[in-house]
Structures are given as structure tokens and as C-alpha cells.
Write a protein that binds this ligand. Structure first.
Ligand SMILES: C[S@@+](CC[C@H](N)C(=O)[O-])C[C@H]1O[C@@H](n2cnc3c(N)ncnc32)[C@H](O)[C@@H]1O
Length: 209
């Protein structure tokens, strides 16, 4: 996500009640912290529209957003300033540390929305649906755990379908044009809104363990 560096972000972030800094301390305790039996984790939350919208639509679940870009994370947290929900938190860090923060089987659903496609082969490992990430997700998801992925990017979607299959995930649902119909159960992300405006199809896959 291209956002100019916001000079106030570094100072602003740690003051936000929804931000969790010492994530390792909550390993195995997130359900207790959020007061919910099921945890949804969004990786690469960007400016937070999905995380905010879904946590308000489904307050019966715990919602954690992860975004590594400080300026973008600050914009996400600004959207919920003064509107703290006990069931949502935000982490400003890199998803490569996920297994330091979460215990095995601690998560119910992982959401990957419009992840960076990293088109060059040499950057393949950075894709959030690369099998090295999928191995970690598999460990952290409970037995009924799911990964829900949306993207506009054909190459990334093709790549991901193969990675999910080779990592032993089952394809439960697939959409090649998800927004052709109304989907009130789901929230439109910032990127998604742009692609819908341009008339581009949105791919969506639901994968289970
Ligand atoms: C293309 S944007 C999509 C943002 C949002 N999900 C949406 O749909 O509008 C991808 C976001 O993922 C974040 N990101 C990429 N790799 C990440 C990682 N390894 N850990 C945390 N965030 C990551 C980027 O900083 C960027 O903000």
C-alpha cells in the first residue's frame, strides 16, 4: 500500500488502546484478552476498513488486524479512536512473527485481503499465501480453521490455489467474480472498493484444514 510516511504515526500508535505491542505475552491468551471463543485474524489489514467493519458486524468473534506499515496502521487505528471494542485489537508488525504471538490452534479464521502480489519470482516467499506461511497458518488454526482469501490478481490467485492444495488445504468455496452478487455478510476493503469501481472481478477462495 503506497502511503507517504506520516510524521505523527510513530508517536500516535503506542497511545492507542486497541494496539497490542507485547504480543508474545498474549500467546495462548488471546481468547481471554478479547473475551471471545473464536479469533479471526486479518493479515495485511491496510487502513483497517475490513477489520473495523467485520469486528462491528460480528462482535461475537474476536478480531485482530496485523499491518506492518506504521503509517498505514496509524490510519487504521484512527478509524476506531474513541470507539474501543473489547473484542478487537491491532498489531503493527510483520506476519513473519505469527508463531511467536499465537499458540497452536488458537485461531479460527485467517483473512488475506488483497495481499501484495510480489510478481517477481525472486520475491515469491514474501507472498502471504506462500507455502511457508501456509505451514504456519495450518499450525495456528484450530481443527475447523479456515483461511479466506480475496484478491483482484489472477496470477496471485492461481499461485495460491496451488500452494493451498500442496499444503493440504481443502478448497470449500471459490468465486471468480465475488461481487457479481450482493454479499452483505462481507465487508469491502479499501483496495476492493477501487477494483470494483474499475469493474475488475474479485476472486475469493475459502480453504479449510
Ligand atoms: C495491497 S495492501 C491491501 C490492504 C487491505 N487488506 C485492503 O484490502 O485494502 C497489502 C497490505 O499488506 C501489508 N503487508 C504485506 N506484507 C505484510 C506482512 N508480512 N505482515 C504484515 N503486513 C503486511 C502491506 O503493508 C499493505 O498495507
Amino acid at each position: 500500500m503506497r502511503v507517504r510516511k506520516l510524521p505523527w504515526a510513530e508517536e500516535y500508535l503506542p497511545k492507542q488502546a486497541a494496539l497490542v505491542v507485547n504480543c508474545q505475552d498474549y500467546k495462548g491468551k488471546w481468547k481471554e484478552l478479547l473475551g471471545r471463543d473464536q479469533i479471526h485474524l486479518e493479515i495485511g489489514s491496510g487502513k483497517g476498513d475490513y477489520w473495523k467493519g467485520m469486528s462491528e458486524k460480528y462482535p461475537e468473534y474476536g478480531w485482530i488486524g496485523v499491518e506492518r506499515n506504521t503509517s498505514v496502521a496509524a490510519l487504521a487505528l484512527k478509524k476506531v479512536e474513541g470507539n474501543d471494542l473489547p473484542s478487537r485489537r491491532f498489531i503493527c508488525s510483520d506476519a513473519k512473527y505469527l508463531d511467536e504471538w499465537f499458540e497452536e490452534k488458537e485461531l479460527s479464521v485467517i483473512h488475506l485481503n488483497f495481499s501484495d502480489p510480489w510478481p517477481k519470482k525472486r520475491n515469491m516467499k514474501r507472498r502471504l499465501s506462500h507455502h511457508q506461511f501456509l505451514e504456519v497458518y495450518r499450525k495456528l488454526l484450530d481443527d475447523d480453521g479456515k483461511i479466506i482469501m480475496k484478491t483482484d490478481n489472477t496470477q496471485l490467485f492461481e499461485f495460491s490455489l496451488i500452494e493451498f492444495q500442496n499444503s493440504g488445504f481443502h478448497l470449500d468455496e471459490v468465486y471468480l467474480d465475488f461481487r457479481k452478487e450482493e454479499h452483505d455478510e462481507d465487508v469491502i476493503t479499501e483496495y476492493e472498493a477501487k477494483f470494483i469501481k474499475k469493474g475488475q472481478p474479485i476472486y475469493r477462495g475459502v480453504f479449510s484444514k
